[in-house]
Design a protein around this ligand. Structure first.
Ligand code: NAP
Length: 464
């Protein structure tokens, strides 16, 4: 895949880049290792103002940064501005909390003194996707850098300008040279970077095959990985739910980021008592969405990031129909230049067909009818993924069952699954392992060092 910015709304190639040569990669790895030797010795008081400065840049330049995101991957401009703001939030969150998250933890044992100390690991490779081209990177970088690691970013090949813009933000924020570098390389060059002894760990946000490949390479060299992979999140609606709120949120949850979000609700499982009403309102709201130029403030659905995603969606809809599904609305690409796809609703999808539980990365929703809570939980868990899950019910017993029994990294009751710097984020099953955000995220790339100090005769004070 070429490293190029191609406007998904028009198909126009905006800029192309040559992938780094092996010599250029070697120079960046050398710089990263050198930067780490000094950077690891900086204190939280040194790092925190740099992270605050990065937040200020993100906030004060959010519109310009948003335009880079939208022109490269097509998200509506309003959402891109919010993404820049959210990145500022995560920078501030770790600037203010990292010292507390990583403070020594005293543990009472038979030692004179024992405690846990958190120390940085070194250069960490981050392999990142295009769908939240800033947020995915900052939610890795803010904690990793505040912990004293240095970062190497291999961004998706269709968002090189985002990668370079992020590198520049950290440089302007005052991070030392080499502490955060973008590597413009294709996915074929990732294994060699992981193999390099100067790279100590890797994190990947992306698809299952990419995650499996990166984890296999890292595993060969006994290097830690964090994987944030795909999802097929269920969105369950029970009879006691507020239907107005549930339907409006359902449409938003399916179509956010033009339907290309790992935690977008993808399967809507609705109790039989309210199913028909839910279906009627859901279809009507999907049909009312404004499709258009993502640079326009009023646009709700922009283009998909690449022509391949449109082809994949067409294929998935075809497969669903072949196995008995009906298309209530949409189902086709939009007849205009760019990678546009109609908001689509599928019903009667065979729950045993692969398409019923695979990830659909676009504005295509599948509706299922459940006769009771057991059936709803069964359908929800009938997928190899386990990222997020939403359940709408005002019945506290039902809430308790969903919280306990849904196989997912997060369960949101009467709300839409979303990430928040204060809460851990990640999945179970094929959605990956490890956690980002909160104090859990900052502890992924640190040496959790046990320190034990004994009372030897000569050392012990205050005796004899
Ligand atoms: P992708 O094709 O897996 O690409 C993600 C990144 O991995 C890109 O930088 C890509 O580089 C690289 N890559 C691909 N194959 C690789 C390989 N074999 N070895 C090393 N690197 C490889 O995914 P995507 O299409 O960009 O993103 C969509 C996927 O990401 C969806 O499945 C979505 O659910 C998931 N996602 C998960 C989360 C989460 O937090 N769990 C968040 C966002 C997205 P190239 O671009 O050069 O191929």
């Amino acid at each position: 895949m070429a490293i190029a910015s191609i406007n998904p709304a028009t198909g126009e190639t905006l800029k192309t880049f040559s992938a780094l040569s092996p010599e250029q990669i070697e120079e960046k790895l050398r710089l990263a290792a050198e930067a780490f030797r000094a950077y690891r010795r900086t204190s939280f008081a040194d790092r925190s103002p740099m992270m605050q400065r990065a937040a200020e840049i993100l906030e004060s330049e959010k519109l310009a940064l948003a335009k880079i995101m939208t022109s490269e991957m097509g998200k509506p401009i309003k959402a891109a501005v919010s993404e820049a703001e959210k990145c500022a939030w995560v920078c501030r969150y770790y600037a203010e909390n990292a010292e507390h998250h990583l403070a020594d933890q005293i543990v009472e044992t038979n030692a004179h003194k024992s405690y846990v100390r958190f120390q940085p690991l070194g250069p960490v490779l981050a392999v990142m996707p295009w769908n939240f081209p800033f947020w995915q990177v900052f939610r890795f970088a803010a904690p990793a850098l505040m912990a004293g690691n240095v970062g190497l970013l291999k961004h998706a090949s269709n968002v090189p300008q985002c990668a370079l813009a992020i590198e520049e933000i950290f440089a302007r924020a005052g991070l030392p040279r080499g502490a955060f570098q973008a590597l413009l390389i294709g996915s074929g060059a990732v294994e060699a970077v992981i193999n390099d002894s100067r790279v100590v760990a890797a994190t990947l946000t992306g698809s299952e095959p990419a995650g499996s490949s990166v984890a296999a390479s890292a595993g060969k060299h006994i290097k830690k990985t964090v994987l944030e992979l795909g999802g097929s999140d269920p969105f369950i609606v029970m009879p006691s739910a507020n239907l107005d709120e549930a339907v409006t949120t359902a449409v938003k949850a399916r179509t956010i980021n033009n339907g290309q979000s790992c935690i977008a609700a993808k399967r809507f499982i609705v109790a039989a008592e309210i199913y028909d009403e839910f279906e009627r309102r859901f279809v009507s709201q999907m049909q009312a969405l404004r499709i258009g130029d993502p640079m326009e403030e009023s646009t709700e659905i922009g283009p998909l990031a690449t022509p391949q995603i449109v082809k994949d969606l067409e294929e998935q809809v075809k497969k669903a129909v072949a196995s008995g599904a009906r298309v209530l609305t949409g189902g086709r690409r939009v007849n205009r230049p760019g990678n546009f796809f109609e908001p689509t609703v599928l019903v009667d999808v065979d729950v045993s067909s692969p398409v019923s539980c695979e990830e659909i990365f676009g504005p295509v929703a599948m509706l299922f009818r459940a006769s009771n809570i057991n059936e709803a939980i069964g359908i929800a868990n009938a997928t190899t993924f386990g990222l997020g899950a939403a359940a709408w019910t005002n019945d506290t017993d039902e809430q308790g069952r969903f919280i306990e029994e849904l196989d997912a990294g997060s369960v949101f009751v009467n709300g839409m699954v979303a990430s928040d710097p204060r809460l851990p984020f990640g999945g179970v099953k094929h959605s990956g392992y490890g956690r980002e955000l909160a104090e859990f995220g900052i502890r992924e790339f640190v040496n959790i060092k046990t320190v034990w100090i004994g009372e030897s005769a000569g050392y012990k004070t205050g005796t004899e």
